[in-house]
Design a protein around this ligand. Structure first.
Ligand code: ZN
Length: 101
């Protein structure tokens, strides 16, 4: 009985039910329909990436949908990425001032 309890606790820790998520070492990955593994980012890392994609060294003030595409293409994922791209885009003063480029 004791052993079974322990096993149940461990399964929760590795997101047993969510088959689309894979844990490797300390990192969690999201499996796409194509079978690619995208690294899941937390709030701090994802914000940094949004900034980088939109107005960092390679950023050219892309639209929200292009930002999401670029993030996935770079191998990253988080559940609210599209929503966050829109938020970031709307919060960018340059984009709001000049509109579509
Ligand atoms: Zn912008």
């Amino acid at each position: 009985m004791e052993l079974q309890k322990d096993a149940g606790r461990r399964d929760k820790g590795i997101h047993y039910k969510a088959k689309r998520y894979v844990v490797i070492g300390d990192d969690m990955f999201y499996r796409t329909l194509e079978g690619l593994l995208l690294k899941c980012l937390g709030p701090v890392e994802s914000n940094r990436l949004l900034h980088e994609v939109h107005e960092g060294t390679c950023g050219t003030h892309q639209s929200a949908r292009k930002m999401k595409w670029l993030i996935r293409w770079s191998g990253y994922y988080w559940p609210t990425m599209l929503e966050d791209c829109f938020k970031y885009y709307k919060g960018c003063q340059a984009c709001q001032r000049f509109g579509k480029i």
